[in-house]
Design a protein around this ligand. Structure first.
Ligand code: HEM
Length: 481
């Protein structure tokens, strides 16, 4: 005790206390400043990357080079999550499967669909892709109703008929594969949208859609005469035609099949306007058409380049054909479930071609993903193609090797149809179209790529073999002819 009181009265005590106080107050001050800087300088946490030139960002770089090399160069330099600036928007690009899952699935409520406004205007702002929350769930459920396995099962013969009508028009001719596959995919999309009853308006809608789609991939210049302007005009006429079709079906009391039938049935319950119905019909045709046609084109290209694989696939289909010929019937849903090699070829086609290289989301609030800060309003692009082409998940990613699907891929690394709430409702129908085409084509035909178009790729907007893959189609001698 005496020792303590002696120390308190000692002059050194005052110096020690003063020094400690200075340290504590200084420490507190520094901590407050430190916290403030963290609070107001969240850029410190932004992913690495370059925002490019003022205003232009890196848009020119993305659009003047192969998008794959744009992504892979940055991935090598900055890692699997990097920032950039495209089409006037700050963006974060993601090729890490867990981060992509966070954006698309586990934290999906923190991101809304962030497609470019010019595309939204053209397709129709009330279409399912651009929605979130309750309105999205309601629409998605209605659309999905049309693609339940129980419904698709009944579409096999319709899809087969469409194809069998087209096949003779290709025989002994040089066709542009992409254009012909578009015809096939468009007709299947049209029956998904409107059902099989063919009212007069549907023919008109199909014509207008062709005009509309020409402008979809053009530069969004709203000036008379441009393709974009013509597409906007066609889009307005499409609304009018679909309006007339809705009126006809309501007046006749026959709501009809397809997604239109589903939407008309739900129209009163959910107070859906004609334009909501129209935006979603155009949206589904749009989503179903070019994607599937592109996948079909790649399928032909890969099999053409792998003759041994083509013969093995043909054998699988000949086995099924023997059965259907004996029973004098067309393909059934059950037959399509017994094509293991063909199914793996399709899986590998969808991985290798990665039709949708990426998708768009937008942060609805400040979000942290894998330690990186993404500010509200920034676009977030999960890069499906980069994940599908990563050697970490798919060894020798540039090799076309369907056998890699003999074991299931690592979770969240294979997303040809997306993932989470916005994933593709039409995936089973798309796969069915591919299976049906392969069945008939491999058994009865062979195709040879024409010209020097073999290995180039063009982007518009999906990656497709150069010039749409011109091929000469010939009949093949087989045991069934
Ligand atoms: C090989 C062909 C196809 C591919 C590769 C494909 C791919 C995709 C992908 C990746 C998405 C998710 C986009 C995102 O997350 O933002 C998607 C969405 C969608 N797809 Fe497909 N698709 C194909 C065929 C189809 C078909 C045949 C239909 C309909 C008949 C269809 C209808 C849709 C719709 C309506 C959505 C929007 C879903 C939503 O926003 O909730 N797709 N598709």
């Amino acid at each position: 005790m005496q020792l303590i009181s002696c120390f308190i009265t000692h002059p050194a005590y005052y110096y020690v206390s003063l020094f400690s106080m200075i340290i504590i107050i200084g420490g507190l001050f520094l901590q407050i400043q430190w916290r403030k800087r963290f609070k107001y300088n969240k850029e410190w946490y932004l992913p690495p990357g370059s925002m490019g030139w003022p205003f232009l960002g890196e848009t020119l770089k993305l659009y003047t080079q192969n998008p794959n090399s744009f992504f892979s160069k940055r991935q090598k330099k900055y890692g699997q999550i990097f920032k950039t600036h495209i089409l006037g928007c700050p963006c974060v690009m993601i090729s890490n499967p867990d981060a992509a899952r966070a954006v698309l699935v586990s934290h999906a409520h923190l991101f809304k669909a962030g497609h470019p406004p010019s595309k939204e205007k053209l397709i129709g702002p009330q279409a399912v892709f651009f929605q979130q929350g309750a309105y999205h769930s309601m629409l998605k459920k209605l659309i999905q109703n049309s693609f339940l396995p129980s419904k698709i099962k009944n579409s096999v013969s319709e899809v087969e008929h469409i194809l069998l009508d087209l096949l003779p028009t290709w025989t002994n001719k040089t066709i542009n594969t992409l254009q012909e596959m578009k015809k096939y995919a468009f007709q299947v999309a049209a029956i998904s949208a409107f059902g099989t009853t063919m009212e007069v308006e549907i023919e008109e809608i199909c014509k207008l859609y062709r005009c509309f789609e020409k402008g979809y991939n053009s530069y969004p210049l709203h000036i008379p005469g441009t393709s974009y302007w013509k597409a906007i005009k066609a889009r307005k006429l499409l609304d009018e035609s679909i309006g007339r079709l809705i009126k006809r079906r309501k007046e006749s009391g026959e709501l009809g099949g397809g997604i239109l039938g589903e939407l008309l049935e739900a129209k009163a319950k959910y107070k859906l306007s004609d334009s909501q119905v129209s935006d979603n019909l155009i949206g589904v045709i749009f989503a179903a058409h070019d994607t599937t046609a592109t996948a079909l084109t790649w399928l032909l290209k890969y099999l053409h380049d792998n003759p041994i694989l083509l013969e093995a696939v043909t054998k699988e289909h000949e086995g099924i054909k023997i059965k259907t010929a004996q029973q004098n019937r067309g393909l059934s849903w059950d037959d399509t479930r017994q094509m293991p090699l063909t199914t793996r070829v399709i899986q590998e086609t969808l991985r290798s071609a990665s039709i949708l290289s990426f998708t768009f989301r937008e942060a609805v609030e400040d979000v942290v993903v894998q330690g990186y800060y993404i500010p509200k309003g920034w676009k977030v692009l999960p890069l499906f193609r980069s994940i599908h082409h990563s050697a970490d998940f798919f060894p020798q990613p540039h090799k076309f090797d369907p056998s890699r699907f003999e074991v299931p891929p690592r979770p969240n690394t294979y997303m040809p149809f997306g993932n989470g709430i916005h994933s593709c409702p039409g995936n089973e129908l798309a796969k069915l179209e591919l299976l049906v085409l392969l069945h008939h084509l491999t058994i009865s035909y062979r195709w040879q790529v024409v010209g020097n178009n073999g290995d180039g790729i063009q982007y518009g907007p999906f990656p497709v073999p150069k010039h749409g893959l011109p091929v000469k189609i010939t009949r093949r001698n087989n045991i069934f002819t």
